[in-house]
Design a protein around this ligand. Structure first.
Ligand code: NDP
Length: 249
């Protein structure tokens, strides 16, 4: 499943799942744009790993909630790398808390980053894909968007919203041979999840039929399939990567 000749942009590529996606797409031959918002050094490390392995990439810092910055970034990628062929909307944050006490700014921050950020990046990147009549857009949702979770109304709403966004975009863009899919990870070891209390981690593990916590590479493998030429007849889907903890509809 070669991605040679394609340019990918991975939002939030500096750490965790995004980092694993960058490494995987570069290993498949893509030229990978590694996005970050604040940790430039982490993004540079990902680039160093890619180049050490003989791959191609570049670092591109911007905030997915800043529409003007997203526009500029996509313009730069078009000028320097021929445009975005594969977009992975992975950047995400949590601001957990029970709804009764949740501040408006915690709702807004999570919806703006996790959902509106995907809308903005897709809107900018898809223009070039439409001209080329080829494209792949992959949104990183979450099992929480499918089953809900106490303390995460903002995150669950954003991640469920990504699934509706995906299906609608898939219908709008199908005639241009652009596929749009979601990957919905379960519980994956990253900075986002290491802070969870031990007893919560144990109860999550007990609910995973495959009996282990996921690794960022498990998600990256699913993304690599959906980014490839070989998945061209798959669109509007959500691929659950969760060890069986939720099996979809
Ligand atoms: P991490 O917290 O490890 O990394 C988050 C990444 O997003 C970082 O690269 C960060 O950049 C970037 N980011 C955050 N805000 C912005 C922004 N405004 N603009 C651009 N980049 C931003 O997260 P994970 O790797 O765990 O999660 C990645 C995705 O997977 C998220 O969408 C998350 O919701 C989803 N997911 C994660 C699961 C898990 O168990 N870990 C489960 C299900 C879904 P910087 O390094 O500069 O801060």
């Amino acid at each position: 499943m070669t991605l040679a000749g394609k340019t990918a942009l991975v939002t939030g590529g500096s750490r965790g799942i995004g980092r694993a996606i960058c490494l995987r797409l570069a290993a498949q031959g893509a030229n990978v744009g590694i996005n970050y918002v604040s940790r430039a050094a982490a993004a540079e490390e990902v680039l160093a790993e890619i180049t050490a392995a003989g791959g191609k990439g570049f670092v591109i810092g911007f905030d997915v909630t800043d529409s003007a910055a997203v526009q500029n970034a996509v313009k730069t990628i078009s000028a320097d790398h021929g445009g975005v062929d594969i977009l992975i909307n992975n950047a995400g944050i949590t601001r957990d808390g029970l709804m009764a006490r949740m501040k408006d700014e915690d709702w807004d921050a999570v919806l703006n980053t996790n959902l509106k950020g995907a809308f903005t990046c897709s809107k900018e990147a898809m223009r070039g894909m439409m001209k080329k009549r080829w494209g792949r857009i992959i949104n990183i949702s979450s099992v929480i968007g499918c089953v809900g979770n106490a303390g995460q109304v903002n995150y669950a709403a954003a991640k469920a919203g990504l699934i509706g966004l995906t299906k609608s975009m898939a219908k709008e863009l199908a005639s241009r041979k652009i596929t749009v899919n979601c990957v919905a990870p379960g519980y994956i070891v990253t900075d986002m999840t290491t802070e969870l209390p031990e007893e919560i981690k144990e109860s999550i593990l007990a609910a995973i039929p495959l009996g282990s916590i996921g690794q960022p590479e498990d998600v990256a493998d699913a993304v690599a399939y959906l980014a490839a030429e070989e998945s061209g007849y798959v669109t509007g889907q959500t691929l659950h990567v969760n060890g069986g903890m939720y099996m979809g509809n």
